[in-house]
Design a protein around this ligand. Structure first.
Ligand SMILES: Cc1cc2nc3c(=O)[nH]c(=O)nc-3n(C[C@H](O)[C@H](O)[C@H](O)COP(=O)(O)OP(=O)(O)OC[C@H]3O[C@@H](n4cnc5c(N)ncnc54)[C@H](O)[C@@H]3O)c2cc1C
Length: 506
């Protein structure tokens, strides 16, 4: 398709990358990016780019990737609970400063011949072009005021995004108990000798600490746009002194927020197409916002090159990207719920907690994780089974005996008669989840059944975990035999005590 003029609204990673790829594929087309901010004045700290994204960028644009990898920092990952630390080698993830990422993308866009216009807020509808790419971020005006069927779900937890001026050795996940409750950091080093420090907590802890008040103050009219919630930063600096080793927390428009997951019924209308955060977001704990935006750019430009007109190109773009985006949003939702309930799991030894973390969204099974971190998995299995693992992993996990409340079970599939609970919930921590937990509390054990699909099984395993942790009653979860690996992951992760494979239930 011949494009004469293309306008890109938003100079974030999605917009800049789309503009460069568009210009490279259509040298005769005038491509212009409209960004409200100034070059170099971005918010945020580092972002992570995983191996899969690096492969896709390598195929689409090796020059840009080479510079990004050069600017990035590789790191392993650790989970720290008190003085217990577990480390997992992961040199395929790089952390890049958002400023550096944008500087590289700006340079490469200009090198390709894209014109960049900074400093004025624009409207998609006011841009004179054959094609308008609306990469205007999570708060997209284009989406909010257009016929895209946009919806936003707001998470329960509170988080703030800050940084520190030294490079951590590894990415660090660490909970810290305070007089108000638990705060958890997700911190990772990035280029330029700095680290991102994202800190989250639950609503009650946030209120007890008085951060509802500091949040209201930091959002009051007249507060400078770039101001941070300094009271929270100073408190958290003390709480995370062990991880910060005497360094300060640095804010940059740092305020408590609740994560917003954006979904849209359609991503295009007329000559305008949404891309990146304007079309969809996925919880930060799976580190995929930049990845999704840049992969959208690749797919959009490919579709524009292959289709005969804009309508067909937009349809192809959405057809290619929507399944991948929705899959990631599904994983991100599980991950979000896991992190929002994280403090309840701190009774697990740190190696088992690491297995629980890896399997939280159902996409890194134990039998795969064992190849990445054999020592961690071996220790977790010993903690779970009381002896070194042997033979086929899943069979071994299911075959371990259990003593619960004075009752002895020869293995994890020998389930006594228990009160039946049917679970068809979306969110085990919802009000309906509360009702099921209250019912379980009146029993001396529950067998949780529900719809047969894998998603529903993973959700009832999460409900079982909540029941175990909050009531202490024996839990068993029913699932199809072909999901035995998921059941084994759940047993080692402390999500359930026993399991019933459906043939056995009959
Ligand atoms: C706490 C947190 C942690 C994160 N961690 C990671 C991570 O580890 N890895 C990762 O990949 N992603 C991460 N992300 C997500 C990532 O920052 C975004 O998903 C990503 O930047 C999306 O790119 P984008 O180009 O779609 O939007 P944005 O980067 O938001 O860019 C949109 C741009 O549009 C401009 N704009 C908006 N409206 C207008 C207008 N009307 N006129 C002109 N300009 C306009 C804005 O100024 C902005 O520059 C994180 C996000 C959060 C909140």
């Amino acid at each position: 398709m011949q494009l004469r003029r293309a306008a890109v609204l938003g100079g974030g990673p999605g917009g800049l990358y789309a503009a460069r790829l568009l210009k490279l594929a259509n040298p005769a087309c005038e491509v212009r990016v409209y960004e409200q901010g100034d070059p170099g004045s971005t918010f945020g700290f580092g972002v992570g780019l995983a191996a899969g994204t690096q492969r896709k960028l390598a195929a689409a644009d090796p020059d840009t990737l080479r510079e990004l990898v050069g600017a990035g920092l590789r790191h392993d990952m650790t989970l720290q609970v008190g003085t217990d630390i577990v480390r997992v080698h992961n040199d395929r993830l790089i952390g890049v400063a958002r400023t550096e990422l944008l500087a590289v993308l700006q340079r490469h866009a200009e090198k390709a011949g894209v014109e960049l216009e900074y400093g004025a807020r624009r409207k998609a509808a006011g841009l004179d072009a054959d094609l308008v790419v609306a990469a205007d971020g999570i708060g997209s005006d284009t989406r909010e005021n257009g016929p895209f069927g946009g919806r936003t779900d707001v998470g329960k937890g509170r988080y703030l995004w800050c940084g520190t001026d030294f490079p951590l050795e590894d990415a660090v996940f660490a909970p810290v108990g305070t007089e108000y409750g638990t705060f958890v950091t997700h911190a990772y080093p990035y280029s330029g000798g700095r680290s991102t420090f994202l800190i989250e907590t639950d609503e009650e802890t946030w209120r007890r600490a008085g951060f509802d008040v500091t949040t209201a103050e930091s959002e009051a009219p007249g507060t400078p746009f770039a101001a941070s919630d300094e009271t929270s930063l100073r408190f958290l600096e003390k709480a995370f002194a062990g991880q910060l080793r005497g360094h300060s927390l640095i804010g940059n428009r740092t305020r408590w927020q609740r994560f917003r997951t954006v979904r849209c019924d359609r991503w295009s209308s007329g000559n305008t197409v949404l891309l990146g955060d304007s079309a969809h977001t996925a919880h930060f704990s799976i580190g995929s916002g930049t990845k999704l935006a840049m992969e959208d750019a690749i797919a959009l430009v490919e579709a524009l090159g292959e289709a005969g007109d804009l309508g067909a190109a937009f349809a192809q773009y959405e057809q290619v990207r929507r399944p991948a985006v929705e899959r990631l949003q599904g994983l991100a939702r599980r991950s979000q719920l896991w992190w929002e309930s994280f403090p309840s799991r701190l009774g697990l030894p740190v190696e088992r907690l690491m297995v629980a973390y890896m399997s939280r969204a159902g996409n890194v099974p134990l039998h795969r994780f064992v190849h990445t971190a054999p020592d961690v998995v071996e220790t977790a299995l010993q903690q779970y089974g009381g002896e070194p693992p042997s033979g086929e992993l899943t069979g071994w996990v299911l075959g371990r005996p259990l003593v619960h409340g004075g009752r002895r079970f020869p293995d994890r599939t020998s389930v006594p008669a228990l009160e039946k609970l049917f679970c068809a919930l979306e969110d085990p921590w919802s009000a309906e989840g509360d009702t099921l937990v209250a019912r379980a509390k009146t029993t001396d054990g529950v067998l949780i059944s529900g719809p047969p699909d894998r998603g529903a099984v993973l959700t009832r395993l999460d409900l079982a975990e909540r029941i175990r942790l909050e009531t202490g009653v024996l839990t068993a979860v029913e699932a199809a035999a072909e999901l035995r690996d998921d059941l084994a992951d759940a047993l080692v992760s402390g999500r359930t005590d026993l399991v019933v494979r459906t043939e056995e239930a009959a």
